[in-house]
Design a protein around this ligand. Structure first.
Ligand SMILES: [Zn+2]
Length: 401
């Protein structure tokens, strides 16, 4: 909520994820939802007469984070796939709960990479549910700022439950892409895993035609990529980003770095699944075979991110909450996972802030600058050296006090 009077956060540390060191003894003045100035606490100068001073001693100011892979209409948990078939009204309530969770975890931006199709009561058309959430949240400063991909576009036989648009050849793919943009999607999400693991669902030419269509209309294209064969098609076709990238090799990451193709990491889902071995009775998580399979895929996925990092690929990051098993307030888990994959903690925080902003082409997302929005939160500890500090949220500047 925009406070009616100026607020001064006094004597905090400031975490700028473009480098490894905190700036200490910082005072930051907010007015009308914007950062007025950032000054040394020992030299604040004149203060506005009605200022509300918050003693932020011992805490660290962190830029509002960007969850670059999220599904705002879905709840996550061990039954995350089943929940996609819940009635639209329930999913809209889920989105409101997720909006609370995101904000309180310090997440300012959510990039929604797929929501179920549902009939829109206003005109009887079936369109992606997250588009309605975007409209609801647009005018509410307490809610996350979101960008929405519409629904998933996949080959038949891949995504269950009638959640997605199916397209089995080039013309159908192009038509699906065009429909999504007509519906108001901010960008497109292609599902580049096919019905057969060893084959991509579409040709490079088919995907390139979609990229050209989208770029011509000012929209980006991203692609779910679980396997190398689909990743290659996406990279060669010029998609703007790959989601997950669980099976990349050195060729793939070299081309991504050269082209400026982003990778959006989602490694924490493997941590989440490993936790289900303790907390559920589901055979896919509990059985020896299931545990081995998850551990194997996890190792390969970590290796992919490590390769991408070493090759200089821009890495944004997300929880995959809802479309995977994490919950909306778990982005810190993914930052921890990026550190395991070799990123320095401040670089992992950059992935969860500025890199996400760059992917969205939102200049102010994930940054704190004088004159910019007061989109920051305060934690205890130093997130530039310890990602677990991100779990210890004390207050969130943009939320009602
Ligand atoms: Zn997802």
């Amino acid at each position: 909520m925009i406070s009616p009077r100026p607020t001064l956060y006094r004597d905090a540390a400031l975490a700028d994820p473009t480098g490894p060191s905190l700036r200490k003894e910082v005072s930051l003045l907010v007015d009308a939802g914007h950062v007025v100035w950032i000054r040394p606490s020992t030299d604040e100068g004149d203060l506005p007469p009605s200022v509300h001073v918050i003693d932020a001693g011992g805490s660290t100011i962190v830029p509002g984070m960007v969850d670059a892979h999220s599904h705002v209409t879905l709840p996550g948990g061990s039954h995350w796939i089943d929940r996609g078939a819940d009635p639209p009204d329930e999913l809209l309530d889920v989105a409101e709960h997720n909006g609370d969770l995101l904000g309180r975890a310090g997440v300012r931006w959510a990039r929604d990479v797929g929501s179920p199709l549902a009939v829109d009561p206003r005109d009887g058309q079936r369109r992606a549910l997250a588009l309605r959430v975007r409209e609801r949240w647009r005018s509410d400063p307490n809610r996350p700022r979101i960008r929405v991909a519409g629904t998933w576009i996949g080959h038949s036989g891949v995504l269950t439950g009638g959640l997605a648009i199916e397209a089995d050849d080039g013309p159908a793919l192009l038509k699906a892409a065009s429909t999504q943009l007509d519906d108001g999607a901010d960008f497109l999400k292609l599902y580049l895993d096919g019905p057969k693991k060893e084959e991509a669902p579409w040709s490079t030419e088919d995907v390139r035609a979609v990229v050209e269509l989208a770029h011509g209309r000012g929209a980006k294209v991203t692609a779910h990529s679980g396997f190398l064969v689909g990743a290659r098609v996406g990279i060669d076709a010029g998609v703007d980003s790959l989601e997950h990238g669980f099976e990349l090799d050195s060729d793939a990451v070299a081309t991504m770095a050269r082209q400026g193709t982003f990778l959006v990491s989602t490694l924490a889902i493997f941590r989440s699944w490993a936790s289900f071995a303790q907390t559920t009775t589901l055979p896919r998580f509990v059985s020896d075979e299931g545990k081995e399979r998850i551990a194997r895929r996890r190792e390969r996925a970590i290796e992919s991110v490590r390769l991408a990092y070493r090759a200089g690929v821009s890495i944004a990051t997300g929880t995959d909450f809802g479309g995977g098993s994490l919950r909306a307030n778990h982005l810190a888990w993914e930052v921890e996972a990026l550190v395991e994959a070799g990123l320095k903690p401040w670089e992992a925080l950059a992935s969860a802030t500025v890199r996400g902003g760059e992917l969205l082409e939102e200049r102010e997302a994930g940054r704190i600058v004088e004159g910019g929005p007061a989109d920051f939160f305060l934690v205890h500890g130093d997130p530039l050296t310890d990602p677990t500090a991100l779990w210890r949220v004390w207050r969130v500047a943009w939320l009602a006090e």
